[in-house]
Design a protein around this ligand. Sequence first.
Ligand code: NDP
Length: 334
Amino acid sequence: YNAIPDGYPQPGKHVIYDDSETIDLDNVPLNGGILFKILVLSIDPYLRNRMRDPSVRGFMPPFVVGTPLQNGGVAQVVRSEDPTYAAGTYVSGSFLFQEYVVANASDVSGLRPVQTKGKLTLSAHTGVAGMPGATAYTGWKEYAKPKAGEVVFVTAGAGCVGATVIQLAKADGLKVIGSAGSDDKVEYMKSVGADVVFNYKKTKVADVLQKEGPIDIYWDNVGGDSLDAALVNCNKHARFIECGMISVYNGGETYQMKNLNYIYQFEIQLHGFIVLTLVPKYPEFFTEFADRVASGEIKYNEDVTIGLENGGAALEAIQRGKNTGKSLIAVADY
Ligand code: NDP
C-alpha cells in the first residue's frame, strides 16, 4: 500500500508490487507458529474504505501506508510448530498480501481449516462459502423476514453478495428484481433465478420499480439513486438491508438523496450491518450452506486475476464494476 487514493485506487501509484524481500522457506524461524503459502486472496469492495486518511472514521482501521494490504484468503501450511495446523493443511483466514506469511495461529483472524467437496473449491472459501457469501446468508436470515410472494430488489445483483441474495430470495418464494451494470451481468442474474433483470446504465431504476414494484425488501449494495428509487417505490413496513454503498466508495460527486422522508411515511425498517457481527449467530453457514454450495444448488462465478503483481489492477477493477463474479487473486497454483 503506497499512497492514499483520492478517487479510484490506481495500480503502480496507490498500490505497488514490491519483490525486494524474500523468505528463506526452509530456515525462517517460526517461534511456535506457522509458515503459510498463500494460494488465493480475496478482492472486496471494502478494501477501498481501509485506504483512507487515518483521521476519517470507518468500521475497520485504515491500512498503514508502506505496509502490505490484508484481506481474507486461502493458504496451505508449509511448515508448522503448531500441533493444531499440520503441514499440508488448507486454511482460510485474513492474510497480508504476500506470497508467504509467518504467523502464530492466534494472530491470523478467522483462521480455520477448509476442505473441498464437489463445487466447494478452495477459492470458494473466499467467496460464496466465505465472507461475501456469509454476508448474503446472515444478512438475509437476520433482516429479510421474507414471505412467499413478496418482492425484493437487489442491486449489484451479479456480484458474489448480490447473486447469493437472489438465490436465497428465490428459495424463499419471492419475486426478485435485480440490477447490474452490463448486459452480461444481467444475463447472469437471470441464470441464477432473478425474475426481472435490468442494466441500470441503460434503464432507470425508478421506472423498473414503478412497473414491477412496489417492493417489500431492498437489498442495497450501492446506495445513491438506486436507494432513492427504492424508498419511493416500497410497501409499508418494507425492510431495507443496507449492506453496502459502493457508489460512494471512490469519491466523486455525491448523489443528493431526495426521498428520505419516505422512511417515516412508509414506516421503513432500515438495517445496516457488518457481516462479522452476524456470523457467530449463524454457524450453519459453514456446514449446511457450504453443502448447498458443494452440491451445486447455490451457484457462483469467479473473476480470477493471476499473480500478486496484478492485485492492484483487480482492486481498481472491482471498484469500477469491471469484475464479473467474485474477484480474487490466484497468488499460486491451487
Ligand atoms: P461485487 O462483485 O458485487 O463488486 C462490486 C460491484 O458494484 C461492481 O462489480 C459493480 O457492478 C458495482 N458498482 C460499482 N460502482 C457502482 C456504482 N457507482 N453504482 C452501482 N453499482 C456499482 O462485490 P461484492 O459482492 O463483494 O460486494 C457487494 C456489496 O456488498 C458491496 O457494496 C460491498 O461493500 C458490500 N459488502 C458488505 C458487507 C457487510 O458486512 N456489510 C460485507 C461484504 C460486502 P455493476 O457492474 O453491476 O455496477
